[in-house]
Design a protein around this ligand. Sequence first.
Ligand code: NAP
Length: 433
Amino acid sequence: MRHIAIIGSGPAGYYTAEACGKAFGEEAQVDIIDRMPVPFGLIRSGVAPDHQSIKAVSKRYEAVALTDMVHFVGNVSVGKDIAIAELLELYDAVVLATGAPGDRPLGIPGDDLPGVVGSAAFVGWYNGHPEFAGLAPNLSGGNVAVIGNGNVALDVARILSKSENEFAGSDIVAHALSSLTGSQVTHVTIVGRRGPHQIAMTPKELGELGHLERAAPHVDAADLPAPESDGKLDPGVRKSVGLLRKFATEASEKAVTIDFDFFAAPVEISGDGKVERLTLERTRLDGEGNATGTGERYDIDVSLVVSCIGYRTPPIEGVPYDTKLGRFANQEGRIKDGLYCVGWARRGPTGTIGTNRPDGYMIAEKIGADIGGGSGKEGRAGLDRLMADRKVDIVTFRDWQKIDLAEVAHARSGAPREKFTSIPEMVSAISGE
Ligand code: NAP
């Protein structure tokens, strides 16, 4: 028997479990350990609440979770409740699928002022992640800056701009919906340090900005390169740039403007005890396509800055870490004997949810090659004993199904669920309290 522990129950974790199921059949037991009492990681806490069709992939993970060889072990924090060295004693293979839930720091003066939030926190807030449910972002000012030109910046700008109506059918949590409904924000500036040709926004997601009920995007035509130069772009980027060109020609009377400010690098955030202004420096592209400052600086008045500039994998004690890249140090997923990483924890925060599938299959193949038929380790029985000794209450997949039912039962009309936003609430729902 092969005993495999996967740490993290998001897409990378479940695709790896699925791949282990296909590779080893009944000759493996896979425990998916998560610090949360609820599974699916990024699908629950990262994917935007108004993108329910993307969230539907969790049905596929549920099918994996319900197979005999896979077991969800929730409410167990690796590095706190159990050390990596202990897991390596118990399991033939330990796979870190912990994603990248930490914000990359902006690293400019003033980035620690109240009112500067990273996208992990902001997205966690509207998705009801227990760590960020209490964020209470200030939406009482007219202007918000969203830094970054990727899909997360689009998610954040769109959520800030939608009407209450447009959240029908989403699983946005009640505290965020109520706060957004009372929002005074009329101007969202999406700040990109490079230009339209360098955006990391995909056409489907960018196109959504053009169909909002009370908000419209605006691009300054002067920022757009000559149309002939679009020919050299990848088809996806070309399509996105086409949308930006369209946004540059459309006038809007809508209540909220989503303004693209290209060639603008954030250099400082300032204010009296809280965010009041963001200082930007005009940039131009050098020969390699990198942004270089021109020395021309200007301020925009803002009461909230959401930085959407990428994520980092939090380090775990005892695991080699690449500080520069913000992920575990690894060679194609191998970290050291018996220890692997997969998904964003392996390659950094890029790619779609589906990108994690081949990643999971690759790691299962490596595990198969490395551990053979297993070496008689104890696996889950040993984990249960240690957790009982340490008074850690494991949450099983059956327990999660009770939480799930309770969330669905609490849903407001038309919504798929109302999420519990604290761990005690989740755990209470298991016993029906
Ligand atoms: P991303 O695609 O890597 O975009 C990060 C953006 O931040 C880039 O525009 C980058 O500009 C900018 N940036 C980085 N450091 C900066 C700094 N110091 N100052 C100013 N700007 C800075 O990351 P993401 O938006 O977090 O998305 C992560 C992954 O999730 C992506 O693969 C994304 O496609 C995916 N995702 C997909 C969806 C969806 O499909 N619906 C939704 C959300 C996220 P440079 O290019 O100049 O570095």
